[in-house]
Every structure is written in C-alpha cells, then in structure tokens.
Design a protein around this ligand. Structure first.
Ligand SMILES: Cc1cc2nc3c(=O)[nH]c(=O)nc-3n(C[C@H](O)[C@H](O)[C@H](O)COP(=O)(O)O)c2cc1C
Length: 214
C-alpha cells in the first residue's frame, strides 16, 4: 500500500480522487502544469482572479499564473510595480486567488500571504525568462490606470515592431514586480450533476484537511 502522501496522482482527473491527500496533490499538480504549459488543455488554471483589500473595501482583477512551487506551496504572478494592486498588497498583504477550470468544472480558492519582489534575485530570475512579448507589458511610459487623451496600447510607438533594445529591457525591468503568494489555505469545489464536492486544505498555521458540505 502506498502511504497517504505518495499515492499515485493523475493530473487529468482531479475530481476522481476520493482521498483528501490525493485530491490535494492533484490540485497542486494541475496548478503547476497550468503555469508551465502553453497547451490550453493543460492550462485550466492559467488565469486567476486576484482579490485584494483596499482602504475603502475590496478590488479584483485577472492575472496569469506564472510559477508554482508545489513542494513549498507558493504560487507567483507578475505585474507592473506601479499598478494599483501593488499599492494595495503593500498595505494589505493577504489576498484571495480564485481559479476556475471550465473543462473540469473545478473552482480553487487560495488564501495567500503576498510578498513583492522588485529588485532582488528572485525577481531577476523570473524577469530573465520573459520573452519580448511579455516584456512589452512593462514598457508603459505611464503608471497603469492614469488617464490618457485617447486609446493607449501600453507601450511607446517605437517598440510596436521589431526587437527590443537593451534600454527598453532596462526600463521594463524597473517596472517589473514578481508577486510571491504563500498559500495558507486552499479550498476545492467540483460541480457535477452527480453532486458537488467541496474540500478545504489548511496549510498554515496548522495543517488540516476536511471535506465540506458544498
Ligand atoms: C486574461 C487577462 C490576463 C491578464 N494578466 C495580467 C497579468 O499577468 N498581470 C497583470 O498585472 N495584469 C494582467 N491583466 C490585466 C489586469 O486584469 C488589470 O487590468 C491590470 O493589471 C490593472 O489592475 P490594477 O489596476 O488592479 O492593478 C490581465 C487581464 C486579463 C483579462
């Protein structure tokens, strides 16, 4: 018999897991696969909604899942260091990350503690893996959300075509933030005509797994 934590896990059938440790493991495998794969069939959790607290209430927006550390239970996304969400996370580091995999009919809700990385080696490491297409997102001359006289694509005219220059990359790097999200709790919900299934995996401050009424 394999031990609870070493049970074989398949990533194509998360909801078939009938034991909580298997379900936990399959969810994390699917998150990791979604971050690393370009194939949409593997990427059900590629986009997520980041919900943040603000001084006057709450805010939310979609971002792309960029990196998953399964062993330590961290997920990462990237953003412009000048954006509103960065100010919000600096003031209120706890956030909720919401994922919906339409194909598998699975929602994951992650409660996280965030940490911003802008000018350290962890940010450098992730920046160095970006292609020019992604780097363009960090070339705006204006802080995200500032009013413009007309439609503005988010980068200056000279980078519309052709390769980026070292100066463009250096400017983009200044605006880049990698957001580390330490997962405190993950909640799973599977929708099915046979009945919904809900479970909670608490990682911190104490580790606990439970099935929940949906
Ligand atoms: C599919 C999709 C993916 C997105 N990915 C990102 C992303 O990875 N990082 C990011 O900062 N914004 C991303 N955005 C834009 C954000 O949703 C948001 O509009 C922007 O970051 C400004 O948010 P803020 O003003 O709350 O900081 C994405 C939007 C969509 C629709």
């Amino acid at each position: 018999m394999p031990s609870a934590n070493s049970a074989p896990a398949s990533t194509d059938s998360i909801s078939q897991a009938t034991r909580l440790p298997d379900l936990d493991q399959r969810c994390w495998q699917q998150l990791a696969q979604s971050a690393s794969s370009d194939k949409s069939s593997d990427a059900g959790f590629r986009n997520l909604t980041v919900a943040t607290c603000t001084s006057s209430g709450a805010d939310a927006r979609v971002v792309v899942l960029r990196h998953v550390d399964v062993a330590h239970k961290y997920v990462w996304f990237h953003t412009d260091a000048r954006s509103e969400k960065v100010l919000q996370l600096e003031a209120f580091p706890q956030a909720t990350l919401l994922f919906w995999d339409e194909k598998q009919q699975i929602q994951l809700r992650l409660v996280v503690e965030t940490r911003l990385h802008t000018d350290d080696y962890l940010a450098d490491e992730q920046w160095d893996k970006l292609h020019d297409g992604s780097i363009r997102s960090y070339l705006s001359e204006y802080r995200p959300g500032t009013e413009q006289p007309g439609p503005y694509p988010g980068f200056p005219d000279h980078v519309r075509q052709g390769e980026l220059t070292p100066e463009d990359r250096a400017f983009g790097r200044q605006n880049f933030a990698a957001i580390e999200c330490r997962v405190l709790c993950m909640e799973y919900l599977h929708l099915s005509k046979q009945g919904q299934t809900r479970a909670r995996f608490q990682y911190e401050p104490v580790s606990k797994m439970s099935w929940l009424a949906p």
